[in-house]
Design a protein around this ligand. Structure first.
Ligand code: NAD
Ligand code: MN
Length: 361
């Protein structure tokens, strides 16, 4: 029997509520199968750790998680600590340190979810957004001079490397090729950003030649927002830079019904390092500590984690449980207009997972 070593990093806010819920689902799976087990290690990194130690995670923290099979992450962000400290000190430190250069964000309207697009059939919206996760606008290159004086100046420089663009394009084309429609949209802004984004377009064209069976097109990022709303069925796999995809994927999550549902994986496609899975939402200060957080985004992330480990049956079982739960309005949390608690949704998903396995055995 295979034992997977999983690091859990709840972080801050509702991360501390949804990550334990995700772990419960993994434990329910493990209880009901002979095929695999999990060996969890929890890391209490985040804003509380920062208040005690002055850093979000220890300097040698990456060494503690480097050899795990996967990481389940919650959220970094605290009302009393500036966002650039929490983000750079934890989540980006892990993503960049473990070179998780492909951020993958599937979006579908799950059964029972009332999405805001009234002219859209549920099946029309089935996307996966690939976000370049290691450079671009979030390279961290830049600086400030004359701080506090009237002549103060500040830069955030976006860096794109040919190697970085090639690897994310190749990943996106491959992912598009693995999906039924074999359709990729490359998001760009090369009309206005006339250096790096032009190279981005050139590399897309070059890599496309390796994938003759993939249909692909280009769309400017601003036009892409309108296309997502007006013609969702014309999109399938989407690749974009770090910032562009960050914005498009929050729009995608909203169009699919709620930020609380959307999952993501920070993937090292070469598998040199563990990949990290997390709901895309943040710490949700307005509801933290109340047991009201929707754990579905975390459960979907758990399904992605299982797929990444090659446990496809288990991943399907978790998604079936998620869909059974979203289909039942009495199990909707507040963000979906319901009254259910995190604990109730979690119990329902765990019960479903174990029931399905019992039926199969
Ligand atoms: P947010 O995602 O925390 O919250 C936005 C809104 O969505 C809030 O009203 C919140 O209650 C609601 N919401 C989010 N997730 C929910 C869930 N699972 N169930 C029910 N409702 C949910 O975004 P924000 O308010 O912009 O950010 C708050 C903090 O989180 C900031 O510090 C920010 O930097 C951080 N953040 C971290 C990450 C991350 O670590 N990946 C991502 C986004 C934001
Ligand atoms: Mn974001």
């Amino acid at each position: 029997m295979k034992t997977y070593r999983i690091a859990t990093i709840p972080g801050d806010g509702i991360g501390k509520e949804v990550v334990p819920a995700g772990r419960q689902v993994l434990e329910a799976l493990a209880r009901s199968t002979q095929n695999f087990a999990f060996d969890f290690e929890n890391f209490d990194w985040g804003a509380d750790y920062y208040r005690q130690h002055g850093v979000m995670m220890p300097d040698d923290g990456l060494d503690a998680i480097r050899d795990k099979d996967a990481i389940l992450f919650g959220s970094a962000g605290d009302p009393d600590v500036p966002d650039h400290i929490t983000l750079w000190g934890l989540r980006l430190k892990i993503c960049q340190g473990l070179d998780q250069y492909a951020n993958v964000r599937p979006t579908r309207i799950l059964p029972g979810i009332d999405g805001p697009l009234k002219r859209c059939e549920r099946e029309d919206l089935n996307w996966v957004i690939v976000r370049e996760n290691s450079e671009g606008e979030y390279s961290g290159v830049g600086g400030r001079v004359h701080q506090g004086h009237p002549i103060e100046a500040a830069t955030d420089v976006s860096i794109l490397t040919r190697a970085g663009v090639e690897r994310i394009m190749r990943f996106a084309f491959k992912l598009a090729q693995s999906r039924p429609r074999k359709l990729l949209t490359v998001i760009t802004k090369s009309n206005a950003q006339r250096h790096a984004m032009v190279m981005w377009d050139e590399v897309a064209l070059e890599i496309s030649k390796e994938f003759p069976d993939v249909k692909w097109d280009k769309e400017l990022v601003d036009a892409a927002t309108a296309r997502m709303v007006n013609r969702p069925a014309t999109l399938d796999t989407i690749v974009a830079t770090n910032l562009h995809a960050d914005i498009l994927s929050d729009l995608a999550a909203a169009l699919a019904g709620s930020l609380g549902i959307a999952p993501t994986g920070n993937i090292d496609p070469e598998r040199r390092y563990p990949s990290m899975f997390e709901p895309i939402h943040g710490s949700a200060f307005d509801i933290m500590g109340k047991g009201l957080a929707n754990p579905i985004g975390t459960f979907w992330s758990v399904a992605m984690l299982l797929e990444h480990l090659g446990e496809f049956e288990a991943a399907k079982r978790v998604m079936a449980a998620v869909e059974a739960v979203t289909a039942d309005p009495s199990l909707h949390t507040g963000d979906l207009g319901g009254k259910a608690t995190t604990a109730q949704v979690t119990a329902a998903v765990c019960a479903f997972v174990e029931r399905v396995e019992a039926a199969a055995a």
